[in-house]
Ligand binder design. Structure first.
Ligand SMILES: [Zn+2]
Length: 312
């Protein structure tokens, strides 16, 4: 399979697709994507995050800023200019990967607005991970799943959606049937799930949570808005389950090394993404092991225990 095939699938990250998206991207300019919603894209394209981070401004007389983005002076200036002196109720962070949360602190000062998010991660979870994490992220107000913030047309429900990252939140704008989906569901490819911070069982549960909310549109932090939210969620779930079956088939054949599994399943994958693919295979193996240990507990006549979650 070539990169070109990956590009057309919209399911596997591809440097070719990321490059094409970057070529048509508009950085630093607010673009209207829905009633009272504009997006500004940061110029921080990466192979598996697409053209750059989307920062959304949501509201009319007063605004919410969703996903401040990287600590990039041009992006921060562009966000402040687009706010144009209007009051900002809060800066909402989906999670503290380096391409999402670092601009929260400078924007907080310049916009005089509090920062909201699930919270930072316990030290013990950060050890053993080489992900690009913003270690300084601490929200002024810690949010939990199920909370509601804002009011009227701009009322947002908070969805805790671990899987890509333990403290990941999505935000549901019910008045327009929109979910701001962060990195959980992206517009241009599937997301990266790498243990120990990524967890596929949690990811599938969180996907189901969004499906139950039943949005019409998704506004991801990378890629264009998704107009067919339900079918995109179905497509991603099917892709993950297909990959799970492929990995389990190999495990049953006695092939357990993620390096070998990636070589067979991701033939032709560009070398820059091999490490991420190995991480995803590790997540599939972890899900298989969790399912087996649950089944064994059940076979033992004991009550099956709740699936382990990374956080909360
Ligand atoms: Zn992320």
């Amino acid at each position: 399979m070539t990169d070109q095939t990956y590009q057309s699938s919209g399911l596997v990250p591809s440097p070719v697709a990321a490059k094409a998206l970057r070529a048509k991207a508009v950085y630093g300019e607010p673009i209207a994507v829905a009633d009272g919603i504009v997006v500004l894209m940061a110029d921080n394209a990466k192979d598996y995050t697409g053209p750059g981070t989307n920062t959304y401004l949501v509201g009319d007389d007063a605004l919410w800023v969703i996903d401040p983005g990287p600590d990039d002076a041009e992006h921060i200036d562009a966000v402040v200019a687009a706010v144009n002196g209007r009051p900002v109720e809060g800066i909402l962070v989906t999670h503290n990967h380096l391409d999402h949360s670092p601009a929260a602190t400078p924007l907080k000062k310049r916009l005089d607005a509090p920062v909201y998010g699930y919270g930072g991660l316990p030290e013990e979870l950060l050890h053993g991970s080489d992900e690009d994490i913003d270690p300084n992220f601490v929200p002024d107000r810690a949010l939990m799943g199920g909370e509601v913030i804002g009011s009227g047309r701009w009322r947002l429900s908070v969805l805790h959606t671990p899987g890509h990252f333990p403290n990941h939140l999505c935000y549901h704008l019910a008045a327009q049937d929109i979910v701001f989906s962060g990195d959980h569901v992206m517009g241009w490819s599937t997301t990266v799930i790498v243990p120990p911070l990524g967890n596929l069982a949690n990811y599938l549960d969180s996907l189901e949570l969004i499906a139950q909310v039943g949005p019409v549109r998704l506004m991801p932090s990378h890629g264009d808005p998704v107009d067919n939210a339900v079918s995109r969620i179905d497509e991603i779930r099917s892709h993950r389950m297909m990959r799970q079956q492929q990995v389990e088939d190999m495990l049953h054949r006695g092939i357990t090394d993620p390096v070998v599994i990636v070589e067979e399943l991701y033939e032709g994958l560009t070398p820059r993404l091999i490490e991420a693919a190995r991480g995803c295979v590790a997540a599939h193996i972890e899900l298989y092991q969790q399912s087996r240990s649950q089944a064994e507990r059940f076979d033992g006549g004991k009550q099956a225990q709740t699936r382990p979650h990374n956080l909360g």
